[in-house]
Write a protein of this length. Structure first.
Length: 84
């Protein structure tokens, strides 16, 4: 299960949610506006909840700034490699 940290309505967050769903990857969206620990994590890793998204899975953490198809597919390859 992937945990996606972000805020509702954030463009990059919505794109990553759609991408994960399209790829059939189970995920949990963690709302940094309602979860103080998530807000702290995002502040530490990306500076603010609107500066990027944070993905966590199997003890790994990936910060994605500048969401793009190439960046998402690079993450997907890394994710799938760990699933093998």
């Amino acid at each position: 299960m992937v945990r996606l940290y972000g805020i509702p309505g954030c463009g990059p967050c919505e794109i990553v949610k759609m991408f994960l769903a399209q790829q059939g990857i189970p995920f949990e969206f963690v709302n940094a506006r309602q979860d103080e620990a998530a807000a702290r994590k995002m502040a530490e890793l990306v500076g603010s909840p609107t500066a990027g998204v944070v993905l966590e899975w199997e003890g790994r953490t990936e910060v994605i700034r500048g969401v793009s198809p190439a960046r998402l597919h690079a993450w997907l390859a890394q994710y799938r490699q760990g699933q093998g």
